[in-house]
Design a protein around this ligand. Structure first.
Ligand SMILES: [Zn+2]
Ligand SMILES: [Zn+2]
Length: 167
């Protein structure tokens, strides 16, 4: 868990660099058809700008995950880098109004209760959104032969030759 206490942040800009090792294996299985593992963790470099109770959080989320190619089923590693831009506001009764107002500006908004902001949740959400539903090991992956199951990236199989024979 990576939590920050709002009262410990300085007014103005606060740099926050950290690594996380979130356990997402089980959750990813529900969202994505492939298993992903974050063996190297997630690197987070954030700039938190505090103005009163509002904490504007911007920065990068970088991680490497092992994915399975949707065509050839080969496992491969891929680096991802995504950007967080979200404003944390204290949870109040007028939440809905504030929410509507800020959403119109096209700004990401989240609410915190008490003095604690759960950054791990935001990071994990960002990781999920970055990983595509279907991944390819390379753009022009030829996939497997539907008949014999051979990896066509390694060369044509006999059935393919038969199909393309124009005689
Ligand atoms: Zn592939
Ligand atoms: Zn074949």
């Amino acid at each position: 868990m990576k939590k920050i206490n709002v009262s410990e942040l300085l007014d103005g800009e606060n740099r926050l660099d950290f690594s996380l090792q979130p356990c997402i294996d089980g959750i990813v299985d529900e969202v994505h058809p492939v298993r992903c593992s974050l063996s190297n963790g997630v690197k987070v470099n954030l700039l938190l700008t505090k103005a009163g109770k509002s904490i504007h959080t911007r920065g990068d989320v970088c991680f490497t995950t092992e994915l399975e190619c949707a065509r050839c089923l080969k496992k491969f590693e891929k680096d991802f880098s995504d950007y967080i831009d979200i404003r944390f506001l204290p949870f109040t009764e007028g939440k809905d109004e504030v929410n509507a107002e800020l959403t119109e500006e096209g700004m990401g908004v989240a609410f915190y209760e008490g003095d604690e902001i759960d950054l791990e949740k935001i990071v994990v959400d960002t990781v999920f959104l970055s990983i595509p539903m279907k991944s390819l090991c390379k753009v022009d992956c030829k996939g497997l032969c539907p008949k014999c199951g051979k990896d066509l990236n390694e060369g044509d199989c006999d059935c393919t030759e038969g199909n393309t024979d124009s005689r």
